[in-house]
Design a binder for this molecule. Structure first.
Ligand code: NAD
Ligand code: LMR
Length: 314
């Protein structure tokens, strides 16, 4: 039995993500959890003629049943941005939501692969790690911040600028990618668009939320790759993801950045993180961007860690 639990399954991301997961034949049980509307979502999806069974779990009294025996837990629960907000503005609400869901997961499915979508991911992933540490069940190789949407966007945007590239198989390493093909003007424009892709959607949705459909696509791609690498026994799967660098014995990225968590290419294996790839050769332009990002990233990581250890009552 391969059970996948989606927490926040009735939301803008949760619904299409669950639809995409319903199509995957490695999954035998899709457990959908939310505080609202989830029985309808589950009933609807359960009519699709793929092998997996779909169950609905409404409200916190039913969270345990959603989690017990889960192989993968995907968390898109929480509030999205409105125009003018930063992802960090979501911390106030989402930090507590993610902490409480992680507390239940640490109790009922401590060995599950935890895939965190709720923003701000740079802080919510350390929150999950701290909760699992407190419960004495933490394995850094099984915790992932889903940053796939950034590379999905990058593949698409780069292929729009370079007509000979097919977006489906264009791999863009967001840090340290090859950029000789482009002029400096194109690099500036692409860098900005990839960094602020989320704002493009928030602005276009005009108060109705942030990316949901492209995120569902990206989240399903990542979840399916985890399943293929673990229960599917497939080797050589590399996906960019935000991970705890305790899972990296080489210590390369920690030495380069001083950060405890980082998003980079990760080879996935039966136990989760198999190999954390270094960021690769950086141009001077990329080195400057890296320097600027680590300052903010360190602050976001500390904020997540402090939330669990000092600010909140567990
Ligand atoms: P949404 O409001 O449409 O859906 C969120 C769902 O979570 C709702 O159904 C809500 O009922 C549910 N929920 C809230 N509290 C819950 C709890 N305690 N337990 C279970 N369910 C709960 O929002 P959305 O557009 O789906 O976005 C969800 C989150 O994903 C946001 O934080 C958003 O910023 C983030 N996001 C991340 C990425 C990324 O790249 N990682 C991309 C897009 C969005
Ligand atoms: C994104 O990049 O689309 C997400 O992080 C959601 C957001 O707030 O922009």
């Amino acid at each position: 039995m391969v059970k996948v639990a989606v927490l926040g399954a009735a939301g803008g991301i949760g619904q299409p993500l669950s639809l995409l997961l319903k199509q995957n034949t490695l999954i035998s049980h899709l457990a959908l959890y939310d505080l609202v509307n989830v029985p309808g979502v589950a009933a609807d999806l359960s009519h699709i003629n793929t092998p997996s069974k779909v169950t609905a779990h409404l409200g916190s009294d039913n969270l345990k049943d959603a989690l017990v025996d889960a192989h993968v837990v995907v968390i898109p629960a929480g509030v999205p941005r409105k125009p003018g907000m930063t992802r960090d503005d979501l911390f106030k609400i989402n930090a507590g939501i993610v902490r409480d869901l992680a507390t239940a997961a640490s109790k009922y499915c401590p060995k599950a692969f935890m895939l965190i979508i709720s923003n701000p991911v740079n802080s919510t992933v350390p929150i999950v790690a701290e909760v699992f540490k407190k419960a004495g069940v933490y394995d850094p190789k099984r915790l992932f911040g889903v940053s796939t949407l950034d590379v999905v966007r990058a593949s698409r945007f780069v292929s729009e600028v370079s007509a000979e590239l097919n977006p489906v198989d264009t791999r863009v390493t967001v840090i340290g990618g090859h950029s000789e093909k482009f002029t400096q003007e194109q690099i500036d424009a692409l860098t900005h668009r990839i960094q602020f892709g989320g704002d493009e959607v928030v602005k276009a949705k005009d108060g109705a939320g942030s990316a949901t459909l492209s995120m569902a696509y990206a989240g399903a791609r990542f979840a399916i790759h985890i399943l293929e690498a673990s229960v599917g026994g497939k080797s050589g799967i590399i996906e960019p993801t935000y991970v705890d660098l305790l899972s990296d014995p080489s210590n390369d990225i920690k030495a380069l950045t001083g950060c405890d968590y980082f998003a980079t290419n990760v080879e996935l294996g039966p136990d989760g993180v198999q190999k954390v790839h270094p960021v690769g050769q950086l141009s001077d332009y990329e080195k400057k961007l890296l320097e600027a990002c680590v300052v903010e990233l360190k602050g976001s990581i500390k904020k997540g860690i402090d939330f669990v250890n000092t600010d909140s009552k567990m």
